[in-house]
Ligand binder design. Structure first.
Ligand code: PLP
Ligand code: COI
Length: 356
């Protein structure tokens, strides 16, 4: 694929204090764009100065939400190099989301080339501070000006980058999570396994209620029986019960997280007992009452490994591991981030250095 590069003539000042980055608030100097037209395929791949895009007010994405996205990161190693974590997995998942929303697929090789080209141009924006990284947001939108409900004939594939710190203000400190019993996020047969804006729009009312009660995120239950655990707003969820790592199986309504998959692979390699299965919130509460709920943590690109310190289900508030990060969560966090930031050897073959 040929990618044209147009560099900015007015580069922005880079953040001075990387400890104050927050998440997803500032953007680099460039972005990648490529267009799709039915009959022509993907064309006009280019890296251009970051800036507003122009859309018709009738653009289909604005009305019916035909949109998909990904979330990934570029990390700075101790010797100043830049690397990615399993980036091909993100682009495979983008295509799985694309298939569900009738969006044309993007060859994984082309998407990877776009990623490397953009991050090479903006590599000075990859933070140098521990815990900070360059958050990368690829997305596809349907842009035809048309108000009928049908798949688009014209799309943009765009990648933007945001130097970011921890997703939660609390950093690696445990988060408080609220089990949502009123709203649901997704159902089997719906779009729960895709990364599409609508899933996040559906999550806002629950999240708003959680925030009002001083909880940072919602733990979703299944949409049919309201008893099986699904996932959290921006991460998958894992439990350590009596020495066994348990996480909900992938059955169509939760996102197949790349961090989730990696953590399961690591723990299996370490010889831990690992189960992907249906698990009810009642089972978690019973394990808590029996003193067997050792650790709870979320996994995600933005969230990394986020220990859960409090889990509220109805009137019951479970304080997990004394609201402190547990040994297993800490070991997983250290190993994952060690590999991602190039401080530990990549024994799993997950790291992809930035092509120069
Ligand atoms: N679940 C949801 C709803 C998410 O938004 C995310 C974040 O991408 C995850 C899980 C974790 O997925 P991953 O580990 O691939 O980032
Ligand atoms: C990610 O972890 O990359 C996500 O997409 C979470 C996000 C919704 C902030």
């Amino acid at each position: 694929m040929e990618i044209r590069i147009e560099r900015t003539t007015t580069p922005k000042a880079k953040p001075v204090d990387e400890s104050q980055l927050g998440f997803g608030k500032i953007f680099t100097d460039h972005m990648f764009i490529m267009e799709y037209d039915t009959g022509k395929g993907w064309h006009d791949a280019r890296v251009v100065p970051y800036g507003d895009i122009s859309l018709s007010p009738a653009a289909m994405v604005l009305h019916y939400g035909q949109e998909i996205f990904e979330g990934m990161k570029a990390y700075r190693t101790p010797d100043g190099e830049v690397q990615f974590f399993r980036p091909e997995e993100n682009f495979k998942r983008l295509n799985s989301s694309a298939e569900r929303l009738i969006i044309p697929e993007i060859p994984v090789e082309d998407a990877l080339q776009a990623l490397h080209t953009l991050v090479e141009v903006d590599k000075d924006w990859v933070p140098h501070t521990d815990g900070a990284s360059l958050y990368i947001r690829p997305f596809v939108i349907a842009v035809d000006p048309f108000l009928g409900v049908r798949p688009g004939d014209k799309y943009y594939f765009i990648i933007i980058c945001s130097p970011s710190g921890a997703y939660y203000a609390s950093g690696l400190n445990p988060v408080s999570i609220y089990v949502e019993t009123n709203y649901v996020r997704a159902v089997k047969g719906g779009m729960g396994y895709t990364k599409t804006g609508g899933n996040y729009a559906a999550s806002l009312a629950g999240q708003d209620e959680a925030h009002k009660q001083n909880y940072s995120q919602v733990l979703w239950l299944d949409g049919v029986e309201r008893k099986y655990i699904e996932e959290v707003g921006a991460m998958n969820i894992m439990f350590v019960i009596d020495g066994e790592l348990v996480t909900p199986e992938l059955q169509g309504s939760i996102l197949p997280g790349i961090t989730r998959k990696s953590v399961l692979e690591l723990c299996r390699k370490w010889g831990m007992k690992v189960s992907e299965r249906r698990i009810t919130i009642q089972e978690v509460a019973d394990a808590y009452d029996a003193g067997k709920l050792q650790e709870v943590f979320g996994t995600g690109t933005a969230a990394v490994i986020s220990p859960v310190g409090h889990l509220k289900w109805g009137d019951k508030v479970m304080e997990i591991n004394g609201n402190k990060i547990g040994d297993i969560s800490q070991k997983i966090y250290d190993t994952m981030t060690g590999m991602q930031y190039g401080k530990l050897a990549d024994e799993m073959g997950w790291i992809v250095p930035l092509k120069k």
